[in-house]
Design a binder for this molecule. Structure first.
Ligand code: 0O2
Length: 218
């Protein structure tokens, strides 16, 4: 016998299935871009890629906050499937966006540049919303997915701020809000400093990766 809770869970699993498939496929595809760079050049603009399907509780919270009715989730919630591409340098971000723009396995429906226009919270990242075709046993289904492209330093700040946000439910005590603002400025300066010594860093990285390869061959 199935209870109401089991049926509800089954309904959610059915709804989320194409999103899970899309995240798995996109992780492989985006990681493939990194491997191709590694094989063909000395520097990959992509450091690493992660992906997740938004947990049901977060979907419900966000729908509630934004007043999105559940029957409109598919068309109005853009980040149920979420991918993140981390770059070492700010200057790597637009070339990665360009790589996404020229792909023909999905369509870009929106871009949000929170790097040129950071959010009031201090959040910086470049968001690309895509329509991705998933092949299912019932035919093709196009779903929305959000790809966030950011530096390691932007990611560090966003990860910490996100966990604090969860703890304080967006209502930060003034002292924490100030510290986060200062931390965002420090993350910005770190990105700037690293960009200035980018050539030095990359030379050192090439040197170390060649040395590692030599040691593996010996
Ligand atoms: P989770 O847990 O990462 O899924 P908005 O109306 O601006 O709040 P919208 O319209 O959904 O958000 O789109 P946007 O701005 O592209 O933001 C979607 C996602 O970007 C968020 O998803 C976060 O992942 C990230 N993000 C946006 N603003 C912030 C911020 O101030 N701090 C941090 N840490 N992340 C941010 P979710 O659903 O909030 O969270």
């Amino acid at each position: 016998m199935f209870g109401r809770g089991d049926l509800l869970l089954k309904h959610w699993e059915h709804f989320l299935e194409p999103y899970k498939q899309a995240v798995e496929e996109l992780k492989v595809k985006l990681r493939g871009m990194r491997s191709q760079y590694e094989q063909n050049t000395d520097h990959s603009p992509i450091e690493f890629v992660t992906g997740r399907v938004k947990p049901i509780a977060s979907i419900l919270d966000k729908a509630n906050q934004k007043g999105v009715p559940l029957e409109k989730l598919e068309s109005e919630m853009q980040d149920i499937a979420g991918l993140r591409i981390m770059c070492q340098f700010v200057d790597d971000i637009m070339p990665v966006v360009e790589l996404l723009r020229i792909r023909n396995d999905f369509e870009i429906v929106e871009e949000r540049d929170y790097i040129s226009y950071k959010k009031a919270s201090g959040y910086r990242s470049y968001h690309v919303v895509i329509k991705y075709p998933v092949q299912t046993i019932n035919g093709e289904k196009k779903i929305l997915a959000e790809i966030q492209i950011r530096t390691l330093s932007m990611n560090f700040w966003a990860t910490i701020e996100h966990s604090l946000n969860y703890k304080y439910k967006g209502q930060f005590p003034e002292a924490i809000r100030l510290r986060l603002k200062r931390a965002a400025e420090a993350a910005f300066s770190l990105d700037e400093e690293m960009s200035k010594i980018r050539d030095e860093i990359q030379e050192a990285q090439v040197f170390f990766s060649r040395k590692k390869e030599q040691q593996q061959d010996d």
